[in-house]
Design a protein around this ligand. Sequence first.
Ligand SMILES: [Zn+2]
Length: 168
Amino acid sequence: MPKTIDYSKLRIIPDFDTQEWWEGTRQHKYLVRRCNQCGHKWFPPLFPACGKCASMDIGWFETAGKGVIHSYVVVTQPIVGAFIGTVPYVVAVIELDDCKEADGTVTRVAGVLTDEDSEAAIGLPVEVIYEATNDPKIVMPRWRITGRVAGAWNFDEHEARGGGSRNS
Ligand SMILES: [Zn+2]
């Protein structure tokens, strides 16, 4: 089973640019920024202007919270105390299904999978889930694998090390 994150060791303080996003996760809504002029979407919501048309007339788009793993990394050395008991865990970059634009632009987001690192593979479908934290105002989105796909690419550490074990 995937190990848990010790949220008692994480202090998340929403700021001016992110407070509406955190309000969204509290309501189990996964939001990305959207330009009200040209429709371009982006994440994270830190820059308050459209990267395509420079408009500052911006709002939010509520995604369905479904996508595909574009890339991932397996974290084995925790640098934040909250993750000491969580390693190894997977941080994935996810392409959102409903954020594809006409010119090929796709909005990508990052998140921690709930699945084992051996289960992760590029190309697999995922969906967001919402995890309670110690702070009732902060709900953390995480992602879980929802299916298997032929040809999905998985980094096999045993293969890469010539069959050696993880600890060798
Ligand atoms: Zn725009």
